[in-house]
Design a protein around this ligand. Structure first.
Ligand SMILES: Nc1ncnc2c1ncn2[C@@H]1O[C@H](COP(=O)(O)OP(=O)(O)OP(=O)(O)O)[C@@H](O)[C@H]1O
Length: 230
């Protein structure tokens, strides 16, 4: 599904993502951890074909990112913020993105309804994005990422800003998703790790750990601290 070899990304600020090499199989669910500024978002944006690496080789579903038009219908990216039209309503935003993904009109209406009910946002259908709370925006970004039923779901701190109920709902929802490959960047140590779960830790632009977590889940936080020197 994903194959990266020696991928680097240098910014003029001095940060660089260094020699990222990994493979992700279809259906894998991966959690990405790392301190602020470690490169998690940059990594996700590279997978979402939103950033071009400075060097290295990438294949996503068999295609290089240069063929992003072939890939975009299969990738859903929920960023930390942005990517929404503030002066448009939820309905208008989702209709816009639905058209962009060429979803049939009647299917789109049904899909929007279904996702808004699932994520408890139906009552805000006609509210402008600018009037939504942070948690509601977060849920809308996830709905937007799911709208076109992508095979690859990329989530950048999806739990940030969610209240307990929304957070528990999202966690159950993501656990129940079986047909997608998921890569989730998070700072939430408690809620999500399961034994056997593949975890990648970034530190200063490099991958410092990439393995299934086989130990006791409670020990992960200490292991993480040791790995990133915090
Ligand atoms: N467009 C850009 N131009 C220049 N530097 C950038 C750009 N985007 C990110 N950076 C820098 O790259 C580094 C990694 O940022 P990134 O957002 O990937 O980190 P992160 O691990 O997602 O952090 P956080 O946990 O705070 O979200 C940071 O030093 C950031 O300032």
């Amino acid at each position: 599904m994903i194959h990266l070899e020696n991928v680097c990304k240098e910014f003029d600020t001095g940060f660089s993502l260094q020699n990222i090499t990994l493979k992700v199989s279809r259906g894998e669910k991966i959690l990405i951890f790392g301190p602020n500024g470690a490169g998690k978002t940059t990594f996700l944006k590279i997978l979402a074909c939103l950033i071009t690496p400075s060097s290295g080789t990438i294949k996503i579903m068999g295609y290089p990112p240069a063929m992003r038009t072939k890939l975009l219908g299969s990738i859903g990216f929920a960023p930390q913020s942005g990517h929404l039209y503030e002066s448009l309503t939820i309905k208008q935003n989702l209709e816009f993105y639905g058209k962009m993904y060429s979803i049939d009109q009647s299917e789109l209406a049904e899909r929007i309804h279904e996702l808004l009910v699932q994520f408890n946002l139906s009552m805000k259908l006609d509210s402008k994005v600018s009037q939504l709370s942070k948690g509601m925006r977060q849920r809308l970004l996830i709905i937007k990422a799911l709208l076109h039923k992508p095979q690859l779901l990329l989530l950048d701190e999806p739990y940030s800003g969610l209240d307990l109920e929304s957070s528990e709902y999202l966690s159950h929802f993501l656990d129940s998703v079986e047909d997608k490959t998921m890569v989730t960047a998070t700072h939430d140590f408690n809620a999500e790790i399961e034994k056997g779960q593949r975890i990648i830790i970034f530190n200063q632009g490099a991958i410092v750990f990439d393995e299934p977590w086989q130990d006791n889940v409670a020990t992960f936080k200490d292991f993480y601290r040791w790995k990133v020197g915090q």
